[in-house]
Design a protein around this ligand. Structure first.
Ligand code: HEM
Length: 407
């Protein structure tokens, strides 16, 4: 059953978007593909080749980030279960995030709004939101991670020098249950895994709100209909009565999935799969991955998949029943992965995005591009998929935005 098709050459373990599309193309030519990764390169090959390949450990033990005791590097085992349980019950539990972390949440929002307002005031309404977003989300996630609201300077240092994290460990949450080397790898991992995809998602959402003024207005109307003329913040409880807000966030996660791939998975035992009337063997030990983006852009599931249309997640839309946690229903998108290794921060990430976006939109009069400028929606693959030309990246970029704030 050997597949003789021409194989594309290997590429770096974090492929660019262009390479991803090459892979998608390969998928069409080669049928089901197994990605073999050797740490530096990632080669899509048909199952038959995979069968004869050697796959060693993904990472070098001992490396700070990758000592194989961190959640995403650990195979399914009691250690993985313990690490994951600690994270889920101690840090990312959405109830906890909505109650005991309210103060941190508010402070993060405050950082975002203050920094944007200051910049808008200094620059005649023009802002470059990417830095404010990163600062605010970093503050939020690091504070949740360490269990205390950290000083903003500290947040910056952590963001820039994660190696120094150990000196900041306090005895909150579950971290003190872990051996020292696990804490070292847990923290950078928590921060890498939580800050960057959340930043990317927030920036994509803002861009879409700039690009689609009608969606921005509809969202604003929904928020106002729930909070009325109440001065002050939109509460977490109020978010539950904003289905359109959730639809905007889901649509952004579908259309601009922050992760193009999952963290590679290793096959535990030989598995036979059927595709295009062929039976393929995925051999035990092979490293496999999913093209997360392509799942959310499948034209047989989504009408005009490239369009940004939050209405598809409203009653009657093709995404009405979608659950980003990929429960028992058909999987139509998987921005957080699926199954046992699904992102444990998914609920918290969605909640934080709802909170920040609702309050941000409630606070502004209008978010729009500077006259004559347009939002550039090209992307680039870094650790996660970010905007190639961030909103208002420089005075020469095409994507300056004009933030008109209430006085
Ligand atoms: C919009 C935000 C986020 C996105 C799009 C995202 C996406 C993902 C994806 C695609 C995976 C790989 C799943 C797999 O390999 O099957 C993952 C894993 C992971 N994520 Fe997230 N994530 C986000 C936010 C967060 C947050 C807020 C946290 C922590 C609080 C977090 C912690 C983790 C961890 C620890 C893993 C590894 C899980 C394991 O291997 O068992 N993520 N995430």
């Amino acid at each position: 059953m050997a597949h003789q098709a021409f194989l594309p050459s290997g590429t770096h373990a974090s492929p660019s978007t262009c390479q991803v599309w090459t892979y998608l193309h390969s998928l069409r030519r080669l049928g089901p593909v197994v990605f073999i990764m050797d740490g530096r390169s990632c080669t899509p090959i048909p199952y038959a080749e995979a069968k004869s390949s050697q796959t060693g450990p993904r990472h070098k033990p001992g490396d700070l980030n990758t000592n194989l005791h961190s959640i995403n590097n650990t195979s399914y085992s009691p250690v993985w279960r313990l690490l994951r349980r600690n994270l889920v019950s101690g840090v990312v539990n959405p109830c906890k995030a909505s109650k005991s972390s309210t103060q941190v949440q508010r402070m993060a929002l405050d950082i975002l709004l203050k920094s944007l307002k200051k910049e808008a005031k200094a620059n005649g309404g023009v802002v470059v939101p990417v830095h404010s977003i990163q600062h605010s989300v970093s503050f939020l996630m690091t504070s949740l991670c360490f269990g205390v609201a950290l000083d903003e300077d500290v947040v910056d240092k952590i963001k820039n020098v994660q190696v120094g994290l150990l000196s900041l460990v306090d005895n909150r949450y579950a971290l003190n249950l872990l051996p020292k080397e696990d804490i070292v790898s847990f923290k950078p991992q928590f921060l890498d895994a939580s800050i960057w995809p959340a930043c990317a998602a927030l920036e994509w959402i803002m861009s879409r709100l700039v690009k689609h003024q009608d969606i921005q207005q509809k969202l604003k109307k929904e928020i106002r209909s729930v909070v009325g003329d109440k001065k002050g913040l939109v509460d977490v409880e109020e978010l539950q009565r904003m289905p359109y807000l959730k639809a905007v966030i889901f649509e952004a996660l579908r259309r601009h999935s922050p992760a193009h791939f999952l963290i590679p998975h290793r096959v535990k035992e030989d598995v036979m799969i059927m595709a295009d009337h062929h039976e393929y063997l995925i051999p035990r030990g092979a490293v496999v991955n999913y093209l997360v983006t392509s799942v959310g852009l499948d034209a047989s599931v989504w009408e005009e998949p490239l369009e940004f249309r939050p209405e598809r997640f409203m009653p009657g839309g093709e995404g009405e029943e979608v659950d980003v946690n990929c429960g028992k229903r058909e999987i139509k998108m998987m921005p957080f992965g699926a199954g046992r290794r699904i992102c444990p921060g998914s609920d918290m990430a969605v909640l934080q995005l709802q909170y920040l976006v609702a309050n941000f939109v409630n606070e502004i009069i209008e978010l729009k591009a500077v006259e004559g400028m347009e939002v550039d929606l090209s992307d680039k693959a870094e650790l996660f998929v970010a905007m190639k030309n961030p909103l208002g990246h420089s005075m020469h970029a095409l994507s300056l935005i004009n933030l008109i704030l209430y006085p």
